[in-house]
Design a protein around this ligand. Structure first.
Ligand SMILES: *Cc1c(COP(=O)(O)O)cnc(C)c1O
Length: 427
């Protein structure tokens, strides 16, 4: 049966040139017969059919319809359609978390003997999933520099099927060149996937730079209020509703309709949140750069950032909402706990970072990001705590580093919160 003959679910009648702000509040599915204005939450595991023949047609995939919520669900589909519209991809498939989006993509597209090239600066669990879990199943990954394009080119093999990037990186905010990586991928017959968690489509649209697949942790800025776990893969219809849907149906990493509903509503304010949080982050980064107790600030919106020009080009002129900085070492006796393997100098840096974090009253001490509340963390002892100190230093993450995921509080309250620790650092 030709795909064009297939009975499809209806689409909303939206202007074809509707902009991202419009799509973020309008894209989804048509309302039910009750005419609800706010998108409905369909908490149902299965769906009824009018008769046995229709059920058979739906199970045979001759008619697009809702059958079972592990496959599709109206609320989940509204989130998928809305996110795809924002990213500018034909389709999206929702998953239970950001990690399960990566799991779905790799399970769905790769097989034993295939090869992946990935930045060594991607999210820690992504490295572990690729290196340990997929390594076990015969999918090998070569990890390369976030910023040195030549390393990606050199890592290509005849069996390379996927390039995986995340930009900007965590916590150093290093930016990779999406268009250059897309060119390398396509020249080698591979796909480029970009984890767009830090920028979201409000700031960065990787498909416009040649990326094939977009990965999201909906847990972060898409929800934007730290409430639920969610994830998605966005891309061409032939991949998303082909091998990825087939894998999701069997493997079951489906997003709960409730979580889909929360993130769907979060998307409505994505553009204004990203603009406001990015503006707050720029002010905070500029202020940090002028503080004598701060050693270095890592933020793509600052001209001092090594890939500032590239970031401004890729990220719609915005730096994003994550700022990292290093403090000067603390003076006096070391009192904070730390592994015995750390040098005295490293412990003084750690004490400086802990001092600043512990003097905040507004910021939440947590390693999450993408919340309206400002979150503060010490990467060396949390998100990157499982690495050895040598591995961390090779990656540029020192004991003096503090990461701030900037929220929506007033900027003067945020600078005052950090000043409390910075001002007394060497007192
Ligand atoms: C948090 C995060 C993930 C994983 O998402 P979960 O929803 O926590 O599974 C993947 N990539 C990046 C960049 C993240 O920040």
């Amino acid at each position: 049966m030709a795909d064009t003959d297939k009975k499809k679910l209806p689409r909303k009648d939206l202007p074809p040139d509707a902009r991202i702000e419009t799509l973020a509040v309008r894209e989804g599915l048509p309302a039910t017969q009750w005419g609800e204005n706010s998108e409905a939450l369909f908490l149902t595991s299965s769906f009824n059919h009018p008769d046995a023949a229709t059920a058979a047609a739906r199970f045979a995939n001759e008619e697009e319809a809702f059958v079972y919520s592990r496959f599709t669900n109206p609320t989940t589909m509204m989130f998928e359609r809305r996110l795809a519209a924002l990213e500018g991809t034909e389709a999206a498939i929702a998953t239970a978390s950001g990690m399960s989006a990566i799991l779905l993509m790799v399970m769905g597209l790769l097989k034993s003997g295939d090869h992946v090239v990935c930045s060594h600066s991607v999210f820690g669990s992504t490295i572990s999933l690729l290196a340990n879990q997929f390594g076990k199943f015969g999918v090998q990954t070569t990890f390369v520099s976030q910023t040195d394009v030549q390393q990606w080119r050199d890592a290509m093999q005849p069996n390379t099927k996927l390039l995986f990037a995340e930009t900007p990186s965590n916590p150093l905010t290093e930016v990779c060149d999406i268009a250059a990586l897309a060119e390398i991928a396509h020249a080698g017959g591979a796909l480029l996937a970009v984890d767009n968690c830090f920028c979201t489509p409000a700031l960065q649209k990787p498909v416009e730079m040649g990326a094939d697949l977009i990965i999201h942790s909906g847990t972060k800025y898409l929800d934007g209020q730290g409430r639920v776990l969610a994830g998605a893969v966005c891309g061409p219809d032939a991949i998303v509703n082909g091998p990825l849907m087939a894998t999701l149906r069997g493997a079951g990493m489906a997003l709960s309709p409730f979580n889909a509903w929360v993130v769907l509503k979060g998307l409505e304010t994505l553009s204004i949140r990203m603009a406001a949080q990015s503006a707050n982050a720029l002010k905070l980064a500029q202020w940090l750069e002028s503080q004598p107790q701060v050693d270095q600030v890592f933020y793509p919106g600052l001209p001092s950032h090594p890939q500032h020009a590239l970031a401004m080009k890729q990220q719609n002129g915005c730096g994003g909402a994550v700022v990292s900085f290093t403090t000067k070492p603390a003076q006096g006796p070391v009192t904070v706990p730390g592994p015995a393997t750390l040098s005295e100098d490293a412990m003084r840096l750690r004490q400086g970072a802990f001092h600043v974090i512990d003097h905040t009253r507004l910021c939440s001490i947590t390693s999450n990001l993408g919340d309206t509340k400002t979150l503060i963390t010490h990467p060396s002892s949390t998100s990157h705590g499982r690495l050895t100190e040598d591995q961390r230093l090779a990656a540029g993450i020192t004991q003096g580093m503090v990461r701030v995921a900037v929220g929506l509080e007033h900027i003067d309250d945020l600078t005052a919160d950090l000043a409390r620790g910075l001002d007394t650092l060497n007192a």
